[in-house]
Design a protein around this ligand. Structure first.
Ligand code: FE
Length: 136
């Protein structure tokens, strides 16, 4: 996996202020406000910072939490997990493995065989619908 390490000024240039806040400052968008929590189209969710494929619509489900929720990443190595003790909670932060951008958290209450809920900010993601792909 190619690592992407940019100076802070470059991230500020590339990202919207909301994307910067979430990806580079580990911010959280308010529930039910993001672009993708209620998106049901087929396609791929890639990192809004670096374009790395992170999640597929096949793993997306309605958790009711107000953020896009997935049972697993597109590939095991697409994301990294980090212990997060902020805000008086013990949580597991999820970051993009390529650019270290903050994505959200993973919780052990998911419906799939893995039992995981990847609770991800829309601001960290760009959606690429299958319908927009060249079917060749
Ligand atoms: Fe990334």
């Amino acid at each position: 996996m190619e690592k992407i390490d940019l100076p802070d000024a470059e991230w500020r240039d590339r990202l919207t202020s909301e994307q910067y806040h979430v990806l580079r400052e580990a911010g959280t968008e308010r529930a039910f406000t993001g672009r993708y929590w209620d998106n049901h189209e087929d396609g791929d969710y890639v990192c809004a910072g670096c374009g790395a494929p992170l999640f597929g619509s096949d793993a997306k489900y309605d958790s009711g939490c107000g953020w896009p929720s997935f049972t697993k990443p597109a590939e095991n190595l697409a994301v990294t997990e980090h212990r997060d003790l902020s805000h008086g909670m013990i949580r597991t932060e999820v970051r993009c493995a390529a650019c270290e951008g903050h994505l959200g958290h993973v919780f052990p209450d998911g419906p799939g065989p893995e039992g995981l809920r990847f609770c991800i900010n829309s601001a960290s993601l760009d959606f690429q619908p299958d319908s927009g792909k060249d079917k060749g």
